[in-house]
Design a protein around this ligand. Structure first.
Ligand code: ATP
Ligand code: MG
Length: 434
């Protein structure tokens, strides 16, 4: 039987394949390294939570009526009859851990800034930029109600995209206000939408009662036409909510971060309040692609039985980010660098070749050798493919004389060195040839 990867999952290989959506593992490493370095500048520290959690962690936090919980969760009962879910997103799990380990206790630094990265699972229809196992990099900041935290987090996301070289991206912001503003708006929205109930798409009609805000970001053409004249949350903000949003806008301007406001953007998760944002790209095709989304979630820690603690976070999709980078034709870090390739000629030099590459590696250089006893020509070809900086050649004659020939692959300059020197001071040889 031919076994294949499950539908909607990908293998991340070190080589590039012509298949769609196949990225080299070195691209992933590059993106992760840039994230780590940018996040470190903002004092974010890594948290790793399990890839599965108790089902309730997500059903409660993300919301029973959200697409994620109602349609997309991979959940099952384990052999101990516990209701388990593969994580569809990161925030709920991080909040669970934050409360469980009492990271809010006074001995910890506040605000608590955490980042995570890893696979997420959603049962969706796989297509470009949408898979069943995908990867997110995300951050959460606990303990600050200051709108400066919203703006700092957004600035950090933008800095990350900037460091990767993305140009064709837009920051979109909106506010959902606080609970009371949202309640008033919710009612106004229901009052407006109810007369259109029969004209709305099936999904939106069913959301009308449970989660009417979600109708606002429906992608259905009929819904879009109806929603065009719907009331705007911005007209229903109470004073505090308005002040928070104004402060966010002022601070973004103070940092010269361009943004657009989309009052119909609501995001798919139930836990947000006040500021929400998305980063979209227009580099792929005609439609906009959302690569990053996040916002404020001040009630979530309490919801998990922790103390009243403000929160702000975002998550970005790595696959979608890589697609965007590709669409903008941004070249990422190349293959692993190789300092030396040792061309080993004949069985009789097998042991010496092993000793030599080990000695070079032990001195802090990268080295590779032929282990297949191939003809010289094939070995030189491999050295070329691996883009090796230096090529060393060792045959029986050289070994008998205790020397080795080493050449610079680019300049073709070649010299013979005593093997002793390779063993004791390869750095000197490297400096001389490079
Ligand atoms: P969408 O509206 O595209 O379904 P979402 O609102 O469900 O996105 P979030 O839950 O906000 O997405 O997740 C943040 C980011 O994670 C998205 O902007 C996207 O880049 C990525 N993402 C979400 N779902 C998938 C998926 N199934 N496959 C690949 N990436 C995904
Ligand atoms: Mg989704």
């Amino acid at each position: 039987m031919k076994l294949q990867r499950p539908k909607g999952t990908n293998d991340i290989l070190p080589i590039e394949l012509k298949e769609k959506e196949q990225f080299k593992s070195s691209d992933w490493q590059h993106v992760e390294q840039v994230a780590r370095s940018v996040f470190a500048d903002y004092q974010y520290q890594e948290i790793r939570t399990p890839i599965f959690e108790n089902y309730e962690v997500f059903s409660r936090a993300v919301g029973d009526t959200s697409d994620i919980v109602s349609k997309e969760m991979y959940d099952f009962y384990d052999k101990g009859n516990r209701h388990i879910s593969l994580r569809p997103e990161g925030t709920a799990a991080v909040v669970r851990a934050y409360v469980e380990h009492k990271l809010f206790a006074p001995e910890h630094i506040s605000p608590t800034k955490l980042f995570y990265q890893g696979p997420m699972f959603r049962f969706e229809r796989p297509q470009a930029g949408r898979s069943r196992q995908f990867h997110q990099i995300g951050v959460e900041c606990f303990g600050s109600v200051n709108p400066a935290t919203d703006v700092e987090s957004i600035a950090m996301a933008m800095r990350f995209f900037d460091q990767l070289g993305l140009k064709r991206i837009t920051l979109v912001i909106n506010t959902l206000g606080d609970k009371s503003s949202r309640e008033t708006f919710r009612q106004a929205l229901i009052d407006y939408l109810l007369p259109f109930k029969d004209e709305l798409s099936e999904d939106s009609a069913s959301r009308l009662a449970k989660n009417p805000l979600r109708v606002l970001d429906s992608k259905d053409k009929r819904d879009i036409a109806i929603v065009a004249n719907a009331p705007s949350i911005l007209d229903y903000l109470n004073e505090a909510s308005q002040a928070h949003f104004e402060a966010v806008k002022t601070m973004l301007e103070a940092l010269n971060i361009p943004y657009v406001i989309d009052s119909n953007m609501v995001r798919g998760l139930d836990y947000y309040n006040h500021t929400i944002f998305e980063v979209t790209s227009d580099a792929i095709g005609n439609a906009k692609t959302t690569i990053c989304g996040g916002g404020r979630y001040d009630g979530l820690v309490e919801y998990f039985d922790g103390p009243k603690t403000a929160g702000f976070g975002f998550a970005l999709g790595v696959e979608r980010l890589l697609l965007t980078l590709k669409a903008e034709e941004i070249k990422l870090a190349s293959n692993l660098p190789l300092n030396v390739y040792l061309v080993a000629l004949g069985e009789s030099v097998n042991v010496a070749a092993l000793q030599i590459v080990q000695a070079i590696r032990n001195q802090g250089f990268s080295a590779e050798r032929d282990v297949l006893n191939r003809k010289a020509k094939a070995q030189f070809k491999t050295a070329d493919k691996l883009n090796s900086e230096l090529i060393a050649t060792l045959g029986e004659d050289e070994l008998n004389q205790s020397v080795i020939k080493i050449k610079n692959a680019k300049t073709r300059e070649e010299r013979a060195y005593p093997l002793n020197q390779v063993y004791q001071d390869f750095a000197l040889i490297y400096d001389e040839l490079i």
